[in-house]
Structures are given as C-alpha cells and as structure tokens.
Design a protein around this ligand. Structure first.
Ligand code: HEC
Ligand code: HEC
Length: 305
C-alpha cells in the first residue's frame, strides 16, 4: 500500500495528531521550549512530504550518496555522489539534511522554498541541475510538506569536498501549464493532476528534445532525443508523445504503467538508467491515483515524430 492512500484514509483525529507530532518535532529541533507558551509553528504533513519526495520528486537522486546497494540511508540527504558539469557549472547535489552547519538546518522555510521552487540559494542562483523548474507547480501545502519531511530527517554532518562552481545566467524552462504554484482545487481536474505529477517527476525535462542543452518544450515536447551518459552506458530519452509508432500512442495503460513503475519496456526488456533507476527507487511508489492521472495526461501529449 502506498503512503498516499494510507494517509488519505486516516480519520481526521489521526491526521490532526500527525500534524501535532510534526509540530512537536519541529519545536524540539528549533529550540527547547519550557512552559506553556509554545510558539505555534505551522508545520507541513511529514508523511505527505515523504511521499512527494520518494515517489515523485526523487530528491535522493541527487542529494543522497550511493553505495553498491543503492542509496546510503545512513547518509540520507547529505550530498549526492554525482558531479554535474557543464560549460557554466560544476556542482554536486548539496547537503540538504537538517545539519545546522553543513546542511540546511539553519535555513528558514522561506529560504528553503526559494531554493526548491525558484532555484535561488543563499548565495544566489543555483545551477539549473537543481530542477526547480519542475517543482514550480507545488501547491503551498505540498511545498510545506516537503520542507517538513526534510526537517524530520537525520542531520548528517558532511561538507562537499569542493566548493560549488557556477557562473552564468540560466533561463527557466518550466513545463507549459505548470509555471506557477497550483491551488488544491486544480488537482481535482484529472488532466491537471496528471500534469502536476509529470512536472514533479521531471518526465519532460528528460523526454523533451533539447536545444543548446535546454528542453525545447515548445517544439519538441515529449519527442525524446536527449542523450544520457553514465556508468551504465548511453541511453536516449524516448519519444513519449501519443504518436502511434514513434511514440507510445499504441501502448496500453498497463504497458505505460509498467514502464513507469518497473522500468520495463513494451517488449518486456529492461529499460536503461536513468529511467530504470528512477522507476525502481521512486516511481514504483506512485499512488494508483497519481499514476492513473499521469497516464491519462500522457495521452494528451500531441504526437511528434
Ligand atoms: C537532478 C538533480 C537534483 C534533484 C532531483 C534535486 N536537486 Fe536539489 N540541488 C541539486 C544540485 C546540483 C544543487 C546544487 C546547485 C548549486 O549549488 O548551484 C541543489 C541544491 C539544492 C538546495 C540548495 C542547497 C544549498 O546548500 O545551496 C536545496 C535546498 C535543494 N537542492 C533541495 C532539493 C529538494 C527538496 C529536492 C526534491 C524536492 C531536490 N533538491 C531535488 C540537484 C538536484
Ligand atoms: C532522468 C531522466 C528521465 C526521467 C526523469 C524520466 N525518464 Fe522516462 N526514460 C528516460 C530514458 C533515458 C529512457 C530510455 C530508456 C532506454 O532506452 O532503455 C526512458 C524511457 C521511458 C519510457 C519507455 C518508452 C519506450 O519507448 O521504451 C517511458 C514510457 C517513460 N520513460 C516515461 C516516463 C515518465 C512518464 C516519466 C515521469 C514519471 C519519466 N519517464 C521520467 C529518461 C527519463
């Protein structure tokens, strides 16, 4: 059972106590409070945050180091193993654990929000590897939930070996229709809901064709062609438009869901990383509701060769 379906079935009383619990944890972390005058701290829903981080936004992918068996849970969020470099930056996923000195424990909620959805860190603009463009549509409560979940993680003391290097201006490339925060009501619409899931899960940042290293959502939305090189070899982002032969228009819903959540192609073969890695570690945890909405939305991607 997924976290989302569990929490959505919780009776209001339990939900309220969850919120209380998370408030308590936050207050403890911020400062020991004595007496009755506890400052009311608005806290997000930690379990919702966990779901968003683990099933969709995949923050671990760049912010948690890996060992032979995958992510190292003891060092969760203490900085990624991979270095990303381009003409304008050489960066690694930073320590986003709540350690006060080497992580983001001392950051305010406003600072965390700015980093997550605007790509602005304490020292200015973050390299565009940090996929804030994809996180733009986060509803206010989902963004708070992610922050609450991050704050609930173990603080891990770990500095990046090398300072982050960036020089340049990067223009934003949000998914069309998902440029700004959604309100809760928008998620009642299945297609909007699917777009929300696709944006948070970064599908189009890998599956749109690129011009000068940036996704061309305008002309090559979902058309594939981006090349990925990693230890496992080379993979090319597939055409996931509804084109019947070049895209996935002829695939059944179940075939699409299997590709997304298990990393298995239509013919039963394993897909390559990074798709297979994301599928297994993250998208496999997608709730049935989110997955249904995502697949319904994918059907609306205009066919491209
Ligand atoms: C595709 C890789 C990737 C993913 C996925 C990703 N990040 Fe990042 N993130 C980065 C990189 C790389 C940086 C550092 C960029 C820089 O310093 O210019 C960064 C920076 C940050 C920062 C600023 C930290 C600092 O010390 O400056 C925060 C906060 C952050 N990410 C939070 C998150 C959260 C929360 C998620 C998931 C919702 C997430 N990131 C997902 C790559 C990623
Ligand atoms: C980090 C990049 C990345 C992300 C994020 C990503 N994909 Fe993929 N995806 C790929 C690559 C690369 C392939 C090709 C794998 C191969 O050739 O074996 C692929 C393959 C696929 C396939 C199989 C298509 C075919 O013709 O075999 C589907 C379907 C798919 N992705 C859908 C999605 C959806 C939906 C999402 C978002 C939930 C998503 N992908 C997120 C990189 C990504």
């Amino acid at each position: 059972m997924t976290v989302a379906s569990t929490t959505s079935r919780l009776v209001p009383v339990m939900r309220a106590s969850l919120v209380l619990l998370s408030k308590f944890a936050f207050v403890l972390a911020a400062a020991p409070v004595v007496g009755a005058s506890v400052v009311p701290v608005r806290a997000g829903d930690i379990e919702r945050g966990r779901y968003l981080v683990e099933a969709l936004a995949a923050c671990d992918n760049c912010h948690t180091p890996r060992g032979a068996g995958g992510y190292d849970p003891a060092a969760r969020f203490s900085g990624g193993s991979q270095t990303f470099s381009d003409k304008t930056y050489v960066v690694r996923g930073s320590n986003i654990s709540p350690d006060e000195e080497t992580g983001v424990g001392a950051w305010t909620d406003a600072e965390l929000r700015a980093a997550i959805v605007d790509g602005v860190g304490r020292e200015g603009r973050l390299a565009p590897v940090m996929p804030s463009d994809s996180y733009k549509p986060l509803t206010k409560s989902d963004l708070d939930a992610i922050i609450a979940f991050l704050r609930s993680a173990n603080p891990v003391r770990a500095s990046l070996a090398m300072p982050q290097q960036r020089r340049g201006e990067w223009s934003p490339h949000p998914v069309p229709g998902a440029e700004t925060a959604f309100d809760e009501a928008a998620l009642g619409d299945k297609s909007k809901h699917g777009l929300y899931v696709a944006s948070l899960a970064r599908c189009m940042s890998c599956h749109s064709g690129e011009v000068d290293g940036a996704p061309d959502h305008e002309n090559r939305f979902g058309a594939g062609g981006k090349v990925f090189r990693n230890a496992a070899g080379v993979a090319v982002g597939s055409n996931i438009t509804s084109h019947p032969s070049k895209g996935v228009g002829a695939w059944s819903d179940d075939e699409l869901k299997r590709a997304i959540t298990q990393g298995v192609s239509r013919d039963g073969t394993q897909l390559r990383p990074p798709m297979s890695t994301l599928s297994k570690a993250h998208f496999s945890k997608m709730s049935p509701d989110d997955l249904d909405a995502l697949v319904a939305w994918m059907r609306t991607i205009r066919p491209k060769e």
